[in-house]
Design a protein around this ligand. Sequence first.
Ligand SMILES: Cc1ncc(COP(=O)(O)O)c(C=O)c1O
Length: 362
Amino acid sequence: MVNKGRLDKIKVYTAGKPIEELKRERNLKNIYKLASNEIPFSPNYIKEAILKELKNINRYPESNCFYLRKCLSEKLGVREEQLVFGNGSDELIILAIRALTFPKSNVIVGFPTFLIYEIQAKVSGIKVKRIPLINYRYNLEAMAKAVDRNTKIIFIANPDNPHGTYVNHKEVENFLDSIPKEVVVFFDEAYFEFVSQKDFPNSLSIIKKRPNTIVTRTFSKAYGLAGLRIGYAISSGEIASLLEKVREPFNVNRFAQVSAIEALKNKGFLSKVLENNTKEKDFLYREFKSIGISFIESVTNFILIDFKQDTKLLNEYLLERGVIVRELDSWGLKNFFRVTIGTHEENLALVRYLKEYLKMRR
Ligand SMILES: Cc1ncc(COP(=O)(O)O)c(C=O)c1O
């Protein structure tokens, strides 16, 4: 018997069901995946760059993402050494915990929120302080109060997943005023590109004033590169250099590097994604209201639905019809589910089957 130690109590993270898996399980022609906050379009404009890179795949990629680093530092107006690239922004969470915590440390997270902060801290044997959200929003005041001398990182998903809410500039400023400067505040901005709210914090200017700040963003969501796995962190040069020490040398593959450069150059694709998101979010809001489904208004590309009853049967009903939504059991939200905003066709399918289900259950 191996000694499972601290891993004994850790549950394996269950991701949203992949399209391929549902196809294997059931004989379905059309699958509508609305579970993992991916966008519904494939970025075909990267094709040429991918094909060009194909001839180099017998060689390791450049470890420091040389060209992408140049491109991104220019776009963001930060120094190249302030950037760290990861195999998805997930990896940057792992790197931060690895680099910045010690055996007696603790980290502070909201609850419920994106689960990886807590899972990865526990994997590293680090204590986690959970601070419940209030009205589906982070309770920054309570998070600040929870800081003690062993607190090393405070994780804030902004906007939050699964709620789709955000904390604004003023709230963040007040919060930071009360956080000791040696505590690292980690803003996870995976959905940054979808946010149009004017009072969303300018996290790059926060880094200038407060070096112990990490901001992560990703190419997985609005840029449509989830299948390639690439994200990045922006922080002070000092914090970035610590993350670099614990990073695997070839964590970002060649295709991801060249595609991310194309994504930064291409304007049309992102506009199309954002336009579809706004239009379809309005459509779903209208439909949910008309069928009496409660939801939380979202600044992202997903919507949290309060179904007021266990979603197990509904989930099975939808899967049987090829619609994959996100069950939130692991978050402790049995009566909720999350839907990613898809194409009009996908959203129509969702609404249609939701209506059918509700009619049948009445
Ligand atoms: C809040 C949040 N952070 C980070 C991630 C990880 O994204 P990736 O590793 O694909 O960059 C996700 C993915 O769903 C997320 O919702």
